[in-house]
Unconditional design. Structure first.
Lengths: 431, 426
């Protein structure tokens, strides 16, 4: 069968479609950089929707921190190689603001990042320190802060979200909280998923039916919490309409993956990027690369045939083990795409500590690639691998995003720096 | 029902063979994105995640027998959202193959048998001479009754034509007037095209019946027919799975195909961009709203978002940008309507409509009066769920709307238009 190779000639290519990749694309678009992005599904769909900056300092008690900015200042002392410790506070603030502004323009409103972490609710009925939450979740943060009279509702058949459990875990701090379980109108399957409910709520008739049921339950509640199911495509609009019909403030609490807030983000970027002129090659991984003097050549293919990208700059945001940014072999960890050296524990025996929940974390999580001040990957001799190649996200070494509660912070802030640095290569005069 | 038992398959072994390079079931997080995004989840108490987990647990007997494999449309949305790219539809295909013929849904089996009954490869069993006759007959009528098209042609077996055009059997068999708008479009753009008396049909239920050998043979006949006429492009008209069964088979069976595969939507978009199809939305004075259904077989499973973009470009050109409302989700992430995979032919009406509820909600959320889709199975299923759940929308082919916009749509070519467009431009 005859197939034609498609050639894409571009200024910047972002490899990876997790949070770092999509943030980098949003920054590049805002700077009018001709951009392509490739990468398969990624872990974006697993997010709670909360954007953490820094929730905990690793290596200590593991206790959460309320002031992430103070936390980053302390990181500069204790972990100077931590990616967040290497970025100026103004740049981190600017990166979050710009990213959240972009999201709002595209249809998902987030709260403005402030000076302190918020106490956000989890589906387990615990609290999580985070910097910014979607507007659909804000009333829950506020209700907890005021310990308002509140009701949490869950749905029969929806696993991993129990209003009773949430209330049981929070009632000491929040005595005015109670729970209810209802059947979601006209969905009577044994097992239901939040995504299904969220899609159903995109239809006004279905919102009307749900509002009728909820109204009857919540006569004295100041606010009503539900699992995150307020639509996929236009959550702010779905919430506003549902709220009007119910007649009281409502809010979402994230669910266990697969969660609606993550699916929202993924579908939003997949739709918005091409509309804004980005060349998106979704669901495909770059399979081979070639560093040339002034360009980086990338090869991949889709069902239609081979695709060849020639790009002046590349941002590598391929994540860690799940997405294939790093590969674990019996003896060592590698970066498969460019063969970059990976800083890692001296032997496999040192990857994990004995106790899984050890506050010190596990050294394997700190493995990753080295970059210079311009976020350009370094080779074994500490030399820049290519002047047009940049790295961003949790692929970078010297951070434990899991215990630090800093995954979104690293993704967004390093993507911001990488795009700035790429811009200085692409348009020396502009930068 | 016969007493023939269903053999037990080793699903774990099969699944391991089907994994992409470097992937492993050890990395499956059992996250459930597959099931969460699957309209067949819950039918027969089964879903894609459960299917994979049961395979890993060696529950081969249960998997070998579950009728769910006939309710999964093999739309591959589960794989699309899976971070590990696990191809669950292939396992379903293997399970279908394993069912004894007499236990498989008879509608699908019969369609495959009919496809093999003549060299037309028509799932409705329409023989070559009947196809040639219908085309000629309809063409003569149009030339006579629509003087503007008195010189229109519908070439048959023309060697060396650029396009080898296929046709879903439903048109020549049940609604021959629906072929006419397509011919008018070819006529208008001056396309060098031909039908073939052999291998002209689009449908291929042999793939859906899990009969790999029959699937291969049917595609071989079609490939031979194109090679024989020496056409440059096999042009897949508005029928979803015909493209996928052809494209997949050519790769899967390593066939010699000396031509390109293309979809009509790609050419609609090209001809509009080149000015050869001067369509516009001036006719839509009432501001009728339109949405588009992305057939899995030509978007997610084949061309991806590129053709989805072309579909939207064509639609906006036809109805006006402000009158187009996208379904959510859309493009490669769109849901299967529930008409694919042989579901429409399988006789499981209740389950098919439960599956289709997701599509109905998507359409309802757009508030659109019309749904455009270049796929017959999507077309039939969306009409059926619209009737069943009380939607007030109509489903139309692209060719209908293109000719309507150009003011060349004949009186008998409007079966799918609503009353407000039934007489427009006549």
């Amino acid at each position: 069968m005859k197939q034609n190779t498609r050639h894409i000639d571009t200024d910047l290519t972002i490899i990876g479609s997790g949070l770092a990749g999509v943030a980098a694309s949003s920054f590049a678009l805002r700077r009018n950089i001709r951009t392509a992005q490739a990468g398969n599904t990624g872990a974006l769909a697993y997010t709670t929707g909360y954007f953490d900056l820094l929730g905990s300092l690793t290596g200590g008690s593991g206790a959460s921190i309320s002031d992430p900015w103070e936390g980053i200042r302390r990181l500069r002392e204790s972990e100077p190689l931590h990616p967040l410790a290497r970025i100026a506070e103004d740049d981190i603030r600017a990166s979050f603001e710009e990213f959240i502004t972009f999201l709002a323009e595209c249809g998902i409103t987030y709260g403005k990042p402030g000076d302190r972490n918020l106490d956000a609710l989890t589906p387990g009925g615990t609290l999580k320190k985070t910097l910014s939450v979607p507007a659909t979740m804000q009333a829950g943060v506020d209700a907890f802060a005021r310990k308002a009279q509140c009701i949490i509702i869950d749905f029969k058949g929806l696993k991993g979200f129990s209003s009773r459990q949430i209330v049981a875990n929070l009632k000491t701090d929040w005595p005015q909280l109670r729970h209810e379980r209802i059947s979601f109108p006209e969905i009577d399957q044994a097992e239901i998923y939040p995504e299904v409910l969220a899609r159903a709520l995109e239809v006004p008739a279905n919102r009307a039916k749900l509002a009728e049921v909820v109204k009857g339950l919540a006569t004295d509640a100041e606010a009503i919490g539900m699992p995150a199911v307020f639509g996929i495509h236009a959550p702010d609009r779905v919430m506003a309409d549902l709220q009007d019909r119910i007649g009281r403030p409502i809010f979402e609490i994230p669910t266990m993956p697969p969660s609606v807030p993550g699916i929202r983000l993924r579908e939003l970027f997949e739709q918005v990027f091409p509309q804004k002129g980005l060349t998106l090659i979704p669901q495909q991984k770059v399979v081979s690369t070639d560093l040339q003097a002034n360009t980086i050549q990338l090869d991949l293919k889709d069902n239609y045939g081979p695709i060849h990208i020639s790009s002046r700059a590349v941002i590598l945001a391929t994540g860690r083990f799940i997405s294939g940014g790093l590969e674990a072999h019996m003896e060592r960890i590698t970066e498969p795409l460019f063969g970059l050296p990976v800083t890692q524990p001296a032997s496999r025996d040192l990857w994990y500590r004995h106790q899984y929940m050890d506050n010190l974390g596990h050294d394997v999580h700190r493995a990753g690639i080295e970059v210079d001040e311009q976020f350009r990957p370094l080779d074994r001799d500490g030399k820049v691998v290519h002047h047009g190649l940049f790295g961003a996200g949790i692929l970078l070494a010297h951070q434990d995003w899991i215990r630090g509660r800093c995954g979104a912070g690293i993704a967004v802030a390093t993507a911001y720096k990488a795009v700035q640095a790429a811009l200085s290569v692409l348009q020396p005069a502009a930068a | 029902m016969s007493d023939t038992p269903i053999k037990k398959l080793n699903f774990k072994e099969l699944a391991s063979q089907l994994l992409p390079e470097g992937a492993s079931f050890d990395s499956c997080l059992t996250c459930g994105l597959c099931s969460s995004g699957c309209p067949a989840s819950g039918l027969e108490n089964m879903d894609p995640r459960k299917f994979i987990r049961m395979a890993m647990l060696g529950m081969d007997e249960e998997l070998s027998k579950t009728p769910w494999v006939w309710m999964c449309t093999q739309c591959k949305r589960c794989q699309h959202v899976c971070p590990m790219d696990i191809d669950i539809a292939q396992l379903v295909f293997a399970a279908r193959s394993n069912w004894p013929k007499e236990l498989k849904p008879s509608g699908i089996v019969r369609s495959c048998e009919l496809t093999r009954s003549t060299s037309s490869t028509s799932a409705m069993g329409l023989p070559p001479e009947d196809f040639v006759f219908v085309v000629q007959d309809v063409l003569e009528e149009v030339r006579e009754l629509q003087p503007q098209f008195k010189d229109m042609v519908a070439p048959m077996d023309k060697k060396g034509a650029f396009f080898f055009v296929n046709q879903n059997s439903r048109e020549p068999m049940s609604e021959p007037d629906e072929m006419v708008p397509l011919w008018k479009i070819f006529n208008l753009v001056g396309a060098d095209w031909t039908y073939s008396s052999k291998g002209w049909a689009a449908e291929n239920f042999c793939m859906f019946s899990g009969d790999e050998e029959a699937w291969h043979q049917v595609i071989q006949q079609r490939v031979d027919a194109v090679n024989e006429l020496g056409c440059r492009v096999w042009l897949n008209t508005e029928c979803g799975h015909s493209y996928y069964t052809m494209w997949n088979a050519i790769n899967r069976f390593g066939m010699e195909a000396d031509f390109e595969l293309a979809n009509l939507v790609t050419y609609y978009a090209r001809w509009i961009r080149e000015g050869k199809l001067p369509v516009n939305a001036d006719w839509n004075t009432a501001g009728l709203k339109f949405t588009v259904q992305d057939p899995c077989q030509i978007v997610r499973k084949a061309y991806g978002d590129e053709i989805a973009e072309d579909m939207r470009f064509v639609t906006k050109s036809l109805v006006g940008e402000e009158n187009f409302i996208d379904m959510q989700p859309n493009r490669s992430a769109n849901y299967c309507c529930g008409g694919g995979g042989g579901f429409l032919q399988a006789g499981m009406t209740d389950q098919r409509r439960i599956y289709g509820r997701r599509k109905f909600d998507q359409i309802a959320a757009t508030g659109a009066r019309y749904v455009l889709t270049p796929c017959h199975n999507c077309h039939s299923q969306m009409e059926d769920i619209g009737d069943h759940y009380g939607g007030g929308y109509h489903v139309v082919h692209f060719w209908t709307l293109i000719c309507l916009s150009l003011g060349i749509l004949g009186e008998n070519e409007r079966a799918y238009l609503g009353p407000e467009l039934a007489a427009l431009g006549l």
